[in-house]
Design a protein around this ligand. Structure first.
Ligand SMILES: [Zn+2]
Length: 91
């Protein structure tokens, strides 16, 4: 997978949002869950991406691993099924 956040301009990598060359690389631990208040107390997927952070505008880019992506797809599929059931109950 290719990164689109940092773009090569001349010989320098620059932020795709503000054009700054001032960026840092970090490691993160993120608990990702579906939006909304339902199940707010349940973390549903942990990811440990490497972050590219623009130190001027705060834009961040990261890519999740294939295993983490599979887990997020399962989460999205489960949420789609949940909203379909909720929609059917509201009819
Ligand atoms: Zn920036």
């Amino acid at each position: 997978m290719t990164a689109s956040f940092l773009v090569l301009r001349g010989s320098q990598m620059q932020c795709g949002s503000c054009g700054s060359g001032n960026h840092g690389h970090f490691i993160a631990e993120m608990g990702i869950r579906s939006p909304g208040l339902e199940d707010i107390d349940k973390l549903t997927a942990w990811v440990f991406p490497r972050l590219n952070v623009c130190l001027d505008c705060g834009s961040v880019e990261f890519v999740v691993s294939k295993e983490e992506l599979l887990e997020l797809r399962r989460l999205a599929k489960r949420d789609t099924a949940k909203s379909t059931i909720t929609d059917e109950r509201n009819l």
